[in-house]
Design a protein around this ligand. Sequence first.
Ligand code: AMP
Ligand code: ZN
Length: 496
Amino acid sequence: MSQLSIYNSLTRKKEQFVPLTPGYVGMYVCGPTVYSDVHLGNCRTFISFDLMYRYFLHLGYKVRYVRNITDAGHLEGDRDEGDDKFSKKARLEQLEPMEIVQRYTLGFRKMMEMFNNLPPTIEPTATGHISEQIEMTQQILANGYAYEVNGTIYFDVQKYDKEKPYGILTNRKLEDLLEGTRELGGQDEKRGRLDFALWIKAKPEHLMQWPSPWGMGFPGWHIECSAMSKKYLGNEFDIHGGGMDLAATHHTNEIAQNQACYHVSPARYWLHTNMLTVNGTRMSKSAGNGFLPGELFTGNHPLLERAYSPMTVRFFMLQTHYRSTLDFSNEALQAAEKGMKRLWEAYDIVKKLEAGTVAATDKALDEKVSSLLASMDECMNDDFNTARVLAVLFEVVPIINSIKDGHIKLQALSGTTIAAVQTYFKAYLENIFGLKNEVQSEDGKLSGVLQLLIEIRKDAKQKKDYATSDKIRNQLLGLGVALKDEKDGGVTVSFT
Ligand code: AMP
Ligand code: ZN
C-alpha cells in the first residue's frame, strides 16, 4: 500500500508523512473564536481536520489532537487594531464576557456533534493559559525579539527577520509584506509596521484583564496558540492546521514566536484548508453571507431553497478536496443528497451480501473490484483526497446494484473480494468519512418533523390563522425549541 503524503504549505509540496515518533501523531488546529455562532465556512475547516484525524486513527496512529478555544485576546483586526471581540459583544448583549464565551462554546460543540466531528483529545482555552503566555512573552523579551511600550509588548519583526525569514510560511519577503501594510502614524507605539502584540496593556474599563510583569493586560491573539501547542505537544510536533486565511498573519506570527522563544519551528507539516464561498465570495461574518448551520438544517435563509441535513452538508464537503475552494449552491447540495442516498442503499446491499464461492467466476470483474478498493486507499493517501475516493466508490456502486438486480451473480466475485467490499464500505463511510445514515437516525427524522411544523405555521400565518401559528410556536417553545421570525420572512430556530 502507498504511504500517506501531505501537501505542506511550508515547503509548498506534497511530502511523505513521517511522524516525529513512530506510531504517534501530534496535531494542533486553531479553533473558533467564541464570540458568535460558527458559520458554515468555519465548519468546513473543522470537518476537514476531523477527516484527517479520523484517517490517522484508521491508519492505527495514536493521535493527540489539540484544538483550542479562543476566548480572549482576539481583536477585531488581526494586527492589534480595534476592540476586543468578547468585550464588544459582552457590552452589546449586556452579559459577562464569560457568558458570551460559554454560550458560543456550547453552540460550537453542539454544531460539531451535529456534523459528527469527533471531539479533539484536548480542547484548551486561552484564558486557562494566561501564565504560559506570559512566560513565553518574557522569554521572547529576554531573547531580544520583543520590546515594551507602556505596558504593551510588541514582537520585533524586523529584528527577527534579520536572522530568520519572517514570511517563510507564505514564501514572501519582508519588503513585499511591508508594502501591504499601512504607514505608522505619530500615535502608533510600534516600531515596525509588521510588529504585533504579544501582550496588550488593558484600559481600566477593559472587561477581561490579568496581572502581568508589565501591569494589567491581556494576551495577544497569536501567542495563545504558540503557548498551548508547546504545552501539550512540545517544542516540535507533527501537524499544525487551520484555514488558509490564517497562514499570512496568525500562523506566520506563531512560527516567529516559537523560533524567537525556543529556536525551533513548531510544526513539521502546515496544513491549510481552503475557503467555503458563496457566489465566489468567501463566507464570513463580515461579508454578511455567513449563514449558520442551524439555518441550513431548517432551510430558513434567503439563500436556501429548502432544508438540508447535517450529513448531506458533510457529504457535500467531502466531494471537494480540502485544498480547493468550495462554492455553496442549492444544486450541489441536492446532488450531494441524492449521491449519498445511493451510497447508503448500496451499503445496505453490501451488508447483506453473503460471500459466495471462494474462487471468483468472473476473474476480470473480481480483479476490477479489488483494484478499485485499493485505489481508494491510494486516493486517500494522496493528501486526503476524499473527492477521488468518492468517485471510486461510485464506480463500485453499479456493480453492487447489478448483484442485487441479478445481472451479476454473487459468485462472480470471490469471497475475499466480497469481504473486502464490506470492510471498505464500513471503514470509509462510517469511520473515515464520519457519515451517519440519517434515514435511520432519530436526528434526521426529527429535523424533518421540525421543518414540517415550520411550514405548517407559515401557511397558517399566511391564511391569518394566528391561533394555529401561535399554538405551534408556543408548544415548540415549551419543548425547548424557539422560533424567531426574521424581517426577511425567514425563521431562526434555536434550542433553549
Ligand atoms: P475564527 O473563529 O474566525 O477564528 O475561524 C475559525 C476557523 O474557520 C479558522 O481556521 C478559519 O480559517 C476558518 N474559516 C473562516 N472562514 C472560512 C471559510 N469561509 N471557509 C473555510 N474556513 C473558514
Ligand atoms: Zn491559532
